[in-house]
Design a protein around this ligand. Structure first.
Ligand code: COA
Length: 330
């Protein structure tokens, strides 16, 4: 019994935040942002639209494309760093309620941008150990709620959105989630951090005044470690599975920065036509980034049943991961 990637869906909020909009908010320029990041646009959720709403809409699409009934879902895993509530209830429980599903396990995982790949690995393990049959894995973020729009070093990067997948089972290895590798190194935690709001620095007038509940980042340090880690992780997973870049149909890296993706792609000598790029229109949507990118290619007809996808992700923690996944959707 193998785990199998049965469907993908996504939801992109309607409202756009362009580089020209950001020029009016902070000291930056369209030229600078495009040159350093490749980002031209991001989508921003409405004030009354929260992470679980984005996730719910993406999930409806994934469930319908998988051709299963909601009652057939055995577990809901939601990866997010922008949950509806800080501690409880989990966003996954709220999504379950919005979908009209109950009496199954539903929980969030916090692995920043690597969350979706972490979730896929958990789903794979649940299915291969025959504990559950169908798992809804979601990456969903309303990062605009934790972005400091007075900080030009971060506010140009992030956007909102959600992606969701149904993971089921197959006895055909060529339709399976072949391999996933996930990892972390907590010593880099302070390079990408929301300093307040947790028990270490509970929210107070002072933390609000100092804008400490927003994401802070040492961008340059993150950049270098990201390129190194993403490249190594891909080399390792390909070697472990006796594959080369030529065996891959689609390289789907975390959409953080065009320059990071290009550096990794060049080092690995991947074909640009096989490299999925959505960072220019969605920005960095953290846990939602990979499933949103995948959905984009699927809706363009460029992701087909039997394609072998190579996933590569990196995020706060630091966390990272890679995956070799056959797409088994219709
Ligand atoms: N507009 C104009 N200038 C900006 C700017 C902006 N939005 N943001 C920073 N700058 C300035 C800096 O203040 C600095 O000015 P100085 O030289 O006068 O001090 C200069 O640009 C260079 O800053 P630096 O931080 O070295 O730029 P960079 O080339 O590293 O680009 C990032 C900054 C954030 C785009 C880049 O580091 C990055 O993408 N890092 C990775 C981020 C990431 O992917 N995070 C998520 C990981 S999952």
């Amino acid at each position: 019994m193998y785990a199998s990637f049965l469907s993908i869906g996504a939801y992109v909020p309607k409202k756009c935040l362009t580089n020209n909009d950001l020029e009016k908010m902070v000291d930056t320029s369209d030229e600078w942002i495009v040159q350093r990041t490749g980002i031209k646009n991001r989508h921003i959720a409405d004030d009354d639209e929260v992470t679980s709403d984005l996730a719910y809409k993406a999930s409806e699409v994934a469930i319908s494309r998988a051709g299963i009934k909601k009652e057939e879902i055995d577990v809901i895993i939601c990866a997010t760093i922008s949950p509806d509530y800080l501690c409880m209830p989990s966003t996954a429980c709220i999504i379950a309620d919005k979908l009209g599903i109950k009496n199954i396990p539903a929980f969030d995982i916090s692995a920043a941008c690597s969350g979706f790949v972490y979730g896929l690995n958990m789903a794979k393990a649940f299915i291969e150990s025959k504990i559950y049959k169908n798992i809804l894995v979601i990456g969903a973020e309303k990062l605009s709620a934790i972005t400091d729009y007075t900080d030009r070093g971060t506010c140009i990067l992030f956007g909102d959105g959600a992606g969701a997948a149904i993971i089921g089972s197959t006895d055909d290895k060529s339709k399976s989630i072949l391999d996933i590798h996930i990892s972390s190194d907590g010593k880099y935690g302070d390079l990408l951090i929301t300093p307040a709001g947790g028990v270490k620095n509970p929210s107070s007038l002072e933390t609000v005044e100092n804008r400490l509940s927003f994401m802070k980042m040492k961008g340059n340090d993150v950049f270098k470690i990201a390129v190194r880690t993403l490249t190594k992780d891909v080399k390792d997973i390909l070697a472990k599975n006796s594959l080369t870049g030529d065996d891959i149909d689609l390289f789907i890296p975390h959409q953080a920065n065009y320059r990071i993706i290009e550096s990794v792609r060049n080092k690995l000598k991947f074909d640009p036509n096989k490299t999925v790029l959505t960072v220019q229109k969605y920005g960095n949507t953290s846990a939602a980034s990979i499933p949103m990118a995948m959905n984009d290619w699927y809706e363009k007809g460029k992701l087909k049943n039997g394609n072998l996808m190579l996933l590569d992700t990196f995020g706060g923690g630091f966390t990272w991961g890679s995956g070799l996944v056959y797409f088994n959707g219709k």
